[in-house]
Design a protein around this ligand. Structure first.
Ligand SMILES: Cc1ncc(COP(=O)(O)OP(=O)(O)O)c(N)n1
Ligand code: 3NM
Ligand code: MG
Length: 208
């Protein structure tokens, strides 16, 4: 059985600010909320991370920090997300050796998804599906069918991402993906809760 939860919210430059955006995610019951601040200092990230920690604490939303396990540990987040060019999962687990913490790993091809199995991440990201300006140096886009096929074949929980919004989510789910991130589609809205609920409604039609 695939682990099925729908939207994993990645927060990068939300127009309403990180704290308010996280509040919207919590109100909507989004199960994962990731803080992804690129081009920010460590102090700036820690400061926002503490606010998101307080907003998510004791709620149904798990708080994931992108890139830096030392920040995740410092603010007692629920997990960390690491990319192919970030610290290895093994090293991160040594630094943050606390039972129950979540370790996610990005993958960008069938081979990386296969190799990920041995590293035992709690989930993998699969992307990008479409070209995206949100990631500075994105990997070549996989397309809907290829991303869906990886999602269907991996034994690991997955989340697909890259260019996903309300206009293409249905075809992505039809291709076999179950969980997904949408960054710009939510972050660029002055009403993130409205955009979250739109995506959640599309997902519920296809998956529930
Ligand atoms: C859930 C999820 N999947 C993939 C990524 C991308 O991580 P990475 O490849 O390290 O790129 P950056 O996000 O660090 O630019 C992610 N953050 N979250
Ligand atoms: C953060 C990130 N990681 C990707 C990957 O392929 O691993 S694509 C991506 C950005 C997705 O943003 P948007 O929804 O705005 O296109
Ligand atoms: Mg990274």
């Amino acid at each position: 059985m695939k682990i099925s939860y729908g939207l994993y919210m990645v927060m990068t430059n939300p127009v309403v600010g990180y704290e308010e955006c996280a509040r919207a995610g919590v109100r909507c019951g989004v199960p994962f909320i990731q803080l992804r601040m690129k081009n920010a200092t460590r102090d700036e990230i820690v400061s926002e991370a503490w606010k998101v920690r307080e907003v998510t604490r004791g709620t149904d939303s798990l708080f994931i920090v992108n890139d830096d396990v030392t920040i995740a540990k410092e603010v007692d987040a629920d997990g960390v997300h690491l990319g192919q060019g970030d610290m290895s999962l093994a090293e991160a687990r040594k630094i943050w050796n606390v039972p129950g913490k979540i370790f996610g790993l990005s993958t960008h091809s069938e081979k990386q998804a296969e190799t990920a199995i041995d590293q035992k991440p709690d989930y993998i990201g699969i992307g990008p599906i479409f070209p995206t300006p949100t990631k500075a140096i994105a990997d070549p886009d996989l397309g809907v069918e290829r991303a869906g096929a990886i999602a269907k074949s991996t034994p690991l929980p997955h989340v697909v991402l890259g260019g996903i919004d309300g206009t293409n989510l249905a075809e992505i789910l039809q291709a076999g993906a179950v969980n997904y991130c949408a960054v710009r589609a939510i972050m660029q809205s002055p009403e993130p809760e409205v955009e979250i609920r739109k995506l959640q409604n599309i997902w519920a039609e296809y998956i529930l």
